[in-house]
Ligand binder design. Structure first.
Ligand code: NAP
Ligand code: F7E
Length: 361
């Protein structure tokens, strides 16, 4: 059988790192594009790069998705059998501040790869586009499936809408095997520190260990369908293994608020909180705590406050996915529930905070 060769853009990100592991375990040769940066940006994949087992199977190349020539040359040299386009300016709030850059990377980035596949006549190359539940924005149906109309609410979501349609357009116009994975929020210990779940797990551990006093959040009433990135990476691969190229929603079908996420993380730490106040005056106060855990907090401490700074000009209030198609055709079943996800992230961030304390002692 011919060797499978994957090319992953965004390999240094949360999903890129899990996907690389999935593919290497399936005996693929994996090439990844990483950006030139003035500080280290390969933390999430160093364990792969340093593993001797993958010496002849894992390759990194400098590049940027906004550089058409580099994208074309890399694809021409690697001749991948599968391309996973995960590269993105993926922070929704930031996209309001840098809308043009976000569009260049997220929208035209997908086009550049599709154009490379088309112009190089790579008839056998399969393409995966990292589409997002943010496309649904102002939701048009109670739970969102492949047939739910889109209503994007941020420059990020609008850029991803272009990428979604150009992927479908190249599939229909040029017969390219190209698919969208419409993935709902997925988190992990490798999640970027400015996304809300990781901000909470890291922030609360810092407070519990005495490094910070209070964590500032935005809209704590937002509802999201949160899964584990490891489970979702496997689905990205599965989407490209089907006979026919199609688009799929991947979600857990369960929905929780940011507030709930905070409460569960506090519970994990042995802290009981009470919410007092309204709007931007709302805060979480400690009402009880497990003294055996020797936490650096005490009763009546305010550990969460709401800050205007973290509100967006427009926010997606409510998302919950309907992944019946993926369940039926891909055998999708989320392995990790919210409690296990929280436990894994809290344990990992406790270790990270303890390490940083040791380092600066
Ligand atoms: P992430 O952690 O923010 O990773 C983004 C990756 O893209 C990083 O490797 C980043 O490189 C790279 N990148 C950014 N700008 C680039 C550029 N100009 N050229 C080349 N690479 C660039 O995001 P993620 O959570 O893994 O998500 C992966 C993809 O899925 C993204 O497209 C995201 O929009 C989409 N998505 C994510 C979710 C989710 O809940 N996580 C849900 C739906 C869709 P650096 O490391 O150098 O910054
Ligand atoms: O926000 C609210 C915020 O930034 C979730 C990306 O991976 O998933 C992600 O986008 C919710 C929002 O993720 C804070 O207003 C409250 O309603 O963690 P987030 P996101 O915007 O849902 C989708 C599927 C993607 O495709 C994206 O690439 O939480 N929230 N307080 C906050 N959010 C942040 N970041 N920080 C806060 O302090």
């Amino acid at each position: 059988m011919k060797k499978k060769i994957a090319f992953i853009t965004g390999i240094t990100g949360q999903d890129g790192s899990y996907l690389a592991e999935v593919l290497l375990n399936k005996n693929y040769i994996v090439h990844g594009m990483k950006r030139k940066s003035s500080s280290f940006n390969t933390e999430r994949i160093d364990h792969i790069y340093e593993n001797k087992k993958y010496k002849k199977k894992f390759f990194l190349h400098y590049g940027d998705i906004s550089d058409s020539l580099r994208v074309l040359n890399l694809i021409n040299t690697i001749k991948p059998t599968e391309i996973y386009n995960l590269a993105a300016q993926s922070h929704v709030a930031t996209s309001f501040e840098i809308p043009e850059y976000t569009s260049d990377v997220n929208a035209l980035g997908a086009l550049r790869i599709l154009e490379a596949i088309r112009s190089l006549k790579l008839k056998k190359t399969r393409f995966y586009q990292a589409s997002s539940s943010e496309l649904y924005g102002k939701i048009q149906e109670k739970s969102q499936s492949e047939s739910t109309p889109f209503y994007p609410l941020s420059p990020y979501a609008v850029s991803k809408l272009y990428a979604f349609w150009i992927t479908k357009n190249y599939r229909e116009s040029f017969n390219i095997y190209a698919c969208n994975g419409i993935l709902f929020n997925h988190e992990s210990p490798r999640r970027g520190e400015t996304f809300v779940t990781r901000k909470i797990t890291l922030g609360l551990n810092r407070i519990a260990l005495g490094l910070d006093k209070c964590l500032y959040l935005g809209n704590i009433y937002s509802l999201r369908d949160w899964g584990h990135a490891r489970d979702y990476a496997l689905m990205q691969w599965k989407i490209l293994q089907q006979k026919k190229p199609e688009d799929y929603v991947v979600a857990t079908g369960k929905q929780y608020s940011v507030k709930f996420f905070v409460e569960r993380c506090c519970k994990f730490l042995g802290i009981k909180i009470k919410w007092v106040g309204k709007g931007t005056n709302e805060k979480a106060v400690i009402v009880d705590l497990d003294i055996k855990k020797k936490l650096k907090v005490k009763k009546n401490d305010v550990i969460i406050r709401v800050s205007k700074q973290y509100f967006r000009p427009l926010d997606v209030k409510n998302l919950i996915g309907n992944s019946k198609k993926a369940q039926k055709k891909l055998g999708w079943k989320p392995k990790t529930n919210i409690e296990d996800l929280i436990r894994e992230m809290m344990v990992s961030d406790r270790k990270e905070v303890l390490n940083s304390i040791k380092k600066y002692k």
